[in-house]
Design a binder for this molecule. Structure first.
Ligand SMILES: [Zn+2]
Length: 158
């Protein structure tokens, strides 16, 4: 089999698919922790073994590598695939994307909200926090907070 990688190098790359506690994962946990969320890690009793589970929010978070899970970004593989050994890479990536979709369906059936954070989104922690806040703060709660603010505004009105 023609292979551009040595088997050692390949197993190193392959290891990254399922490896736990990757830097992007740690970045997401750090942001969630700072926001005051309580979470659990790598629950293997849920479809796809979500990287982070927030039971109170009914949310599971997957921190996906852009290459392995087909993100449409500069480092992702949504539109650009390796040219050498294309069959091998395509089957790997397409397989991951298909599996992700199946797991998403299964999780939604179980009543979980599924959030995907791409590795490229973990570089800017402030931006990631803003995004997670929008997702995790229930609309009801956000509305209440908005209403609470209104009387203050009136008080300061001329
Ligand atoms: Zn990406």
């Amino acid at each position: 089999m023609a292979d551009t990688f040595t088997s050692e190098r390949r197993s190193e790359i392959m290891g990254r698919i399922t490896s736990k506690n990757t830097q992007p994962e740690i970045s997401v946990r750090r942001v969630l922790h700072r926001m005051g969320f309580r979470f659990r890690l790598h629950r293997d009793n849920l479809p796809g073994k979500p990287d982070i589970v927030l039971p109170k929010c009914n949310v599971v978070v997957f921190v996906h590598g852009c290459f392995w899970h087909g993100h449409a970004c500069k480092r992702g593989s949504a539109t650009r695939r390796p040219k050498s050994n294309a069959r091998y890479w395509n089957s790997k990536i397409d397989g991951n994307v298909a599996r992700d979709a199946l797991q998403a369906k299964a999780l939604s059936k179980l009543g979980w909200r599924r959030v995907v954070v791409w590795a490229c989104e973990t570089v800017d922690a402030a931006r990631l926090e803003t995004r997670l806040r929008k997702i995790l703060v229930a609309p009801k709660e956000a509305g209440r907070r908005h209403q609470r603010r209104r009387p203050d505004k009136k008080a300061f009105a001329p």
